[in-house]
Design a binder for this molecule. Structure first.
Ligand code: ADP
Length: 971
């Protein structure tokens, strides 16, 4: 605005004094500010110069317009600045606001001074505006470099858009993840840095049973852990979290109900972009089931490991073609191969299988392929060294490994041995059982047969209808039968002694000739009956005497030779004896008993020495016997320190060999010919009391003797006194010891025969009493006990000698005679009379031998007595017997026809059936005969067939059918 124009304007009432130039009026700051609003000393602009109204108003309006705008703009900017605190350079903007406002204020003052000339104020405003403007200019210049660094708006815009998009995506992702986290069935927990729960999902609630509200702000460990929680794991987790490290662990947690469960815990620390820790996010997965399965798996693995290591059973994993993939030590032990063999050359169990088991093995493989397993089967492996080993194998396919199988192999060696032993033990037990049954049957037969004879003949004799010349024969039969029974009882007693280990041996000097000679002498009758030749042969030089137990050797030979005769139908029986000097006074007597009899099957050779055993019951039963003889013989031989053996061929004969050690005298002369043998027999001293009896057949004369028989049994009294009276003695009988004492006071007896067990006063007490009274009469004890101890007991009581019941007549008379002889030194008629020597002695060809022949012995006629059934009989049984007997003629017709046609098989069958039925109904003798016929038929012995058949027919006529009210002979 031109100053002069202003100066030309009329002054207002307060305008400058006239003549004063405006620039002459100096002003101090004090007057300036004091007159700041003074309008009087300057003219208003409107009046200054040549303003026309239009121009004036143009200025005024424009200034006001500018003022309005310059006020509005800073207000808007100020509003913007206040709202957008993030705007860069806000100070500049504030400078702009004040700068524009001052400009606007300047324009307002400009309009104002058209009427009110406050030039001072206007100047001040302008000055302030200029100052602010320049301040702004400087401020702008200062921030220019920084402003230049600001991104371009477009770029900013782009970045902004990008960021917005990323943020959207991230938000979507977060939304998704949040959804997943909240919906996950696993537990998700978010904790703050202190480990306090900020958030849990539903999975956590269902896993733990706690709601979000219940756990908010709590530390998970404070309520999820319990006594089963491993403290070490807890410690490890705590450490990791304190270091803000991720952690994963398996740990036991407890739910709200107190049930423990396993979780797999993963905790991740979360950091912001600047690496600041925000929170922990933990996930919990329930692994209880997996743990259980794992534990079960571990247990099962451990078991399998233990099984493998235990080496109880061989275990292999193999391919189905047999190639072994792996095997435990036990399998290697069983197969005999080493691990090296398995690993280098490889093994194949099929190849190890013994050839005869291959088929079974292949079948098992088939079964394995179809069924998935093969039941255990027996097999034998060929070991590496070629040995065989029995095994039991079972296999099962391994479904996880097609084509592979697991095999269990059990070594059966021990098992097989046990089975074998069991089998043997069972066989032995069965055999023993059978043997015992047979023994009982045989015993029954052995006892019944002589008993039948004794009873039958006694009855016959008692009836008084027997002619005189037959009586002797009957008595002899009764005697023989009694002897037989006695032998039987002795055998049983012997065996019981053997079994209880009480068999005693009495060693003495004796003549081998005598011992063998006695046996031959006794058995020749039996041999003769069977038309057999019985020989006693000596081989080499035989000493005069040997030191052994003569009684036991006699007993042994009686058994062996008795058997030889029994089991031989034709031919000969030979006793071959030799004595060897081993050294000085030690020797061995060797005796062989040979026969040409039925022989023994090889499989029976071993067992015939066992008690109650017979080689072939079907055959031997026909020959009688108890199965005790050889058992006793073996024990005798063993007791004497020797051995016994047998060689035999069925149908051709047997040889029993006995070797016994014996003592020899230094200067013994060996006698080998017959006469010396005979002499030695005759010179034998009387045996020691109770040890042996007189030579068979000697008859003692007891005339002029007075004897006392003391026995409570009437039959015994009668029998003994009869025997003694028959020998010529005068006999008194009393019933007990007391009566004997009384009788002895009345009469001076030569010998007293005292039964030991009696009522009132027994034999022991009575004898003691007699001795105490000074009676020196010989007392011969009679006792039913034949034990060695009994003899001693009797002798201790004062008895002079001892006889066991049933009493042998010869022995009794001989013993009494001996005492009478001692009494009288020599009383005529009391000496022993030697039996007639009916043997014939000669040397055999090629052998220095003595032959004892049975040739001229008196032969007893065969027994003729009715056959009575040995079983008790009732009406029904009687009818069966009757039927059997009545049916016999028809059977004989059949047998005759078969014999004529030489149909041996049929004959054997018929005879067998006859034998069986006869035995069943108690006709044992008839059954035996039928058995002989059967044997003859089997052996095709034509000549014997006819003979046995005739014998059978003859016996059939003697079979007695008992009357119905009669009982058979009681067993
Ligand atoms: P037994 O009383 O049955 O004869 P042993 O013990 O004497 O009893 O004989 C047992 C078995 O041995 C006889 O039953 C018989 O089978 C057989 N045995 C014995 N000696 C002979 C032999 N010399 N010949 C054939 N078999 C015999």
């Amino acid at each position: 605005m031109p100053v002069n124009a202003c100066c030309q304007m009329p002054l207002a009432a307060g305008g400058p004094p006239d003549g004063v130039l405006p620039f002459d009026r100096h002003e101090t700051a004090g007057t300036f500010f004091a007159n700041l609003l003074n309008t009087s000393d300057f003219p208003a602009r409107w009046y200054c110069g040549t303003w026309n109204a239009e121009l004036g108003w143009l200025h005024i309006i424009s200034d006001l317009g500018i003022f309005g705008a310059y006020t509005a703009i800073p207000l808007v900017i100020a509003y913007f600045i206040l709202r957008r605190k993030d705007m860069p350079f806000p100070a500049i903007l504030w400078l702009f606001v004040s700068f524009i406002m001052f400009c606007g204020l300047g324009h307002l003052v400009e309009a104002f001074i058209f009427w009110y000339p406050v030039y001072r104020l206007s100047g001040l405003v302008k000055a302030l505006t200029a100052a602010i403007s320049w301040f702004t200019v400087f401020a702008l210049i200062r921030i220019i470099p920084k402003a230049l660094e600001l991104p371009r708006i477009a770029a900013l815009n782009e970045q902004l858009t990008r960021e917005i998009e990323e943020r959207k995506k991230a938000q979507a992702e977060i939304a998704k993840l949040s959804l997943v986290a909240s919906k996950s069935r696993h537990g998700v927990v978010i904790t703050n840095a202190q480990g306090e729960i900020e958030w849990v999902n539903d999975g956590f609630s269902s896993l733990t049973g706690y709601t979000f509200e219940e756990v908010l702000g709590r530390r998970p460990g404070s309520f999820l852990q319990g006594e089963k929680t491993n403290p070490e794991t807890v410690c490890m987790i705590a450490k990791c979290l304190s270091r803000k490290e991720p952690v994963s662990a398996e740990i036991v947690n407890y739910n709200k109900a107190g049930r423990d469960y396993w979780i797999s815990l993963e905790v991740e620390p979360v950091f912001d972009d600047d690496g600041n820790f925000l929170q922990f996010v933990g996930t919990q997965v329930d692994i209880t089931e997996r743990k259980r399965i794992n534990q079960a798996l571990c247990r099962s693995n451990a078991r399998f490991e233990a099984l493998l290591k235990s080496d109880i059973v061989g275990i292999v994993v193999a391919e189905t073609d047999g190639s072994i993939v792996s095997a435990n030590n036990e399998f290697l032990r069983i197969s005999g191969y080493t691990r090296g063999d398995l690993e280098t050359t490889g093994l194949n169990w099929l190849a190890m299988t013994a050839p005869e088991y291959r088929a079974a093995a292949e079948k098992a493989i088939e079964e394995l392929e179809t069924e998935g397993s093969a039941k255990p089967w027996r097999n034998e492996y060929l070991q590496k060294n070629g040995n065989r080993v029995p095994v039991l194998i079972g296999t099962a396919a391994l479904p996880e490994d097609p084509g592979m199988c697991l095999g269990l192999v059990l070594d059966m060696t021990q098992q097989q041995a046990i089975e074998h032993n069991l089998h043997e033990a069972r066989r032995t037990a069965e055999y023993a059982n059978e043997a015992k049954s047979n023994f009982l049957a045989n015993m029954s037969h052995e006892i019944r047969t002589p008993l039948n004879a004794i009873m039958g003949f006694t009855e016959l004799l008692a009836s008084g209808q027997v002619r005189e010349h037959e009586q002797k024969e009957h008595y002899r039969t009764i005697l023989d039968s009694s002897q037989h029974l006695l032998t039987l009882i002795n055998d049983i007693l012997d065996l019981s002694k053997v079994e209880s280990g009480h068999m005693d041996f009495d060693l003495a000097w004796c003549s081998p000739h005598t011992v063998v000679g006695e046996v031959v002498s006794v058995l020749r009758v039996r041999a003769h009956e069977k038309r057999l030749q019985l020989e006693g042969c000596w081989q080499g030089a035989i000493p005069e005497s040997i030191h052994t137990d003569p009684l036991r050797i006699r007993q042994l030979l009686m058994n062996l030779v008795g058997n030889a005769i029994k089991f031989t139908d034709s031919g000969l029986v030979r006793i071959l004896t030799c004595v060897e000097r081993q050294s000085g006074t030690e020797g061995v007597i060797q005796i062989e008993v040979q026969d040409s009899g039925i022989g023994i099957a090889p499989e029976n050779l071993e067992r015939i020495f066992a008690p109650f055993t017979q080689a072939d019951t079907s055959i031997t039963r026909n020959f009688g016997g108890t199965g005790l003889g050889l058992a006793i013989s073996k024990r005798i031989v063993e007791g004497l320190g020797g051995t016994i053996s047998v060689q035999s061929q069925p149908g051709r004969g047997s040889v029993f060999s006995v070797r016994l050690p014996c003592g020899l005298s230094e200067n013994d002369v060996h006698h080998t010919h017959a006469s010396e043998a005979i002499r030695s027999r005759r010179q034998t001293e009387l045996p020691a009391p109770g040890q042996a009896g007189p030579p068979k057949g000697s008859i003692a004369n007891l005339a002029h003797s007075r004897l006392l028989v003391v026995d409570d049994g009437v039959t015994n009294r009668k029998l003994i006194s009869l025997m003694l009276r028959k020998a010529g003695a005068t006999v008194d009988c009393v019933e007990n010891g007391q009566e004997a004492l009384d009788a002895q006071e009345q009469t001076a007896y030569d010998v007293i025969l005292m039964d030991m067990q009696m009522p009132v006063l027994d034999g022991y007490s009575a004898t003691r009493e007699l001795r105490q009274r000074g009676v020196e009469t010989p007392v011969i004890a009679l006792t039913a006990h034949a034990m060695r101890g009994d003899r001693e007991k009797c002798l201790e009581a004062g008895c002079t000698d001892f006889l066991s019941k049933p009493v042998d007549r010869d022995h009794l008379c001989w013993l009494v005679a001996k005492f009478l002889e001692q009494r009288d030194t020599h009383v005529p008629g009391t000496e022993l009379t030697e039996p007639e020597d009916d043997g014939e002695y000669q040397s055999g060809p090629g052998l220095e031998s003595v032959r004892f022949s049975a040739g001229d012995t008196v032969v007893f006629e065969p027994v003729r007595v009715n056959c009575v059934t040995s079983l008790p009989v009732d009406e029904e049984f009687r009818e069966i017997i009757q039927e059997f007997v009545e049916g016999l003629p028809a059977r004989f017709t059949e047998i005759d026809a078969a014999i004529t046609g030489q149909r041996f098989h049929l004959i054997a069958e018929l005879a067998h059936s006859l034998k069986g039925s006869a035995a069943m109904i108690g006709f044992e003798e008839f059954s035996q005969l039928a058995a002989r016929l059967e044997v003859a038929a089997k052996q095709r012995a034509v000549a014997d067939l006819k003979r046995h058949c005739d014998e059978l027919k003859l016996m059939a006529t003697r079979l007695e059918v008992p009357a119905c009210e009669e009982a058979g002979v009681e067993s």
